[in-house]
Design a protein around this ligand. Structure first.
Ligand SMILES: Cc1ncc(CO)c(N)n1
Length: 224
């Protein structure tokens, strides 16, 4: 760099290159309708029950990342990822409370097709051959899509219904944003030292997550 003070990171370059897709994932009509106050509550309840299933699958996904991280021996990464493992327990309780509040019976929910597809994708990461760099990239962008989507719902000018503010705060809070930024720094550090083909496959993981996230919002808003 020539002293401009701006660091050209790999993740920043991808965000720019795939901006249109990133915006389709983070400014989806479903989450924008939460911010506008026009959200269809039956769609919200569908999202809630489907995401509970997703988060249960996400537990083993995060565990597999923690495992890969420990094996490669970076202590500071381990503490950040362990924070993610620790907060998922609270998240599951949150889903149960929220479901009770909305009269959603979590025991009788079957995953819809887009959710199944996403869960199968998560399951593939438990395989040993999947590198830590690819896994942590995937983890970072999964969390970031929610952070950006729900953060927008509590930014200035929102008309988010009060009963949905708790949901938006969960992923839109400054603390969650910092956590995502910590993950992003890990990703950029891993990729800075990775061979070109590893960077390429991490980029494919990044765009695949964006597609899956768009599919998840679509499913929530239209039951596809
Ligand atoms: C579908 C989906 N993507 C991301 C997150 C963030 O944890 C979530 N809970 N669900």
């Amino acid at each position: 760099m020539d002293g401009g003070g701006v660091e050209a990171t790999t993740t920043a370059a991808w965000m720019e290159k795939h901006r249109e897709m990133y915006e389709r994932a983070t400014r989806h009509p479903f989450t924008v309708s939460i911010r506008d106050g026009a959200v269809d509550l039956s769609a919200f309840k569908r999202w809630l029950s489907q995401d509970y299933i997703f988060v249960r699958e996400f537990v083993s996904f995060i565990a597999s990342i923690l495992f890969k991280c420990c094996k490669q021996g970076d202590g500071s990464d381990m503490e950040i990822i362990l924070g993610g493992v620790a907060s998922i327990s609270d998240e599951l309780s949150w889903f149960k409370n929220e479901a009770t509040k909305w009269g959603v019976d979590l025991a009788n929910v079957s995953p819809l097709e887009s959710n199944l597809e996403y869960c199968r994708f998560l399951q593939s990461f438990t395989e040993q051959e999947i590198s830590y760099a690819l896994a942590v990239t995937t983890f970072w962008i999964i969390e970031t899509v929610y952070q950006d989507s729900f953060g927008f719902c509590i930014e200035e000018g929102n008309k988010t219904p009060p009963e949905l503010l708790g949901t938006c705060q969960r992923w839109g809070s400054p603390e969650f944003k910092q956590y995502c930024e910590s993950l992003q720094r890990i990703v950029d550090r891993c990729l800075a030292n990775a061979p070109a083909d590893a960077v390429k496959s991490a980029e494919e993981g990044f765009t695949r997550v964006l597609e899956l996230e768009i599919g998840f919002w679509e499913m929530s808003s239209s039951q596809s």
